[in-house]
Design a protein around this ligand. Structure first.
Ligand SMILES: [Zn+2]
Length: 79
C-alpha cells in the first residue's frame, strides 16, 4: 500500500491469535511491521474473525500536562 502521509503507528499481525496489533511507531524500519499513517490506521479493517488491539500509549490528558509543567516549575524555583 503506497501512501505519502507520515507514518503514525506500526502494525503487526499475530496469526496465532488472529489479532492485528497497533503499536507505537518503531524508530527503526522493521520488515515484519507495517507502518501506517493515522488515516490508514483509522480505515484499517481486520480480516474476518480477527480482532484489532491498539497498544499505543494514550496521549496524556491536557490537565495532566499542565500539572506536570507546574511541578517542574516548582522544582526549578525551589532554591
Ligand atoms: Zn496512509
Amino acid at each position: 500500500m503506497r501512501c505519502d502521509a507520515v507514518p503514525a503507528a506500526s502494525v503487526s499481525l499475530g496469526y496465532a491469535d488472529r489479532v492485528v496489533v497497533i503499536g507505537e511507531l518503531t524508530p527503526e524500519r522493521d520488515p515484519n511491521l507495517l507502518d501506517l499513517c493515522d488515516e490508514h490506521v483509522g480505515r484499517m479493517t481486520p480480516p474476518v474473525g480477527w480482532t484489532v488491539r491498539d497498544e499505543r500509549l494514550p496521549a496524556p490528558a491536557p490537565v495532566e500536562r499542565v500539572e506536570r509543567v507546574e511541578r517542574v516549575e516548582r522544582v526549578l524555583s525551589t532554591p
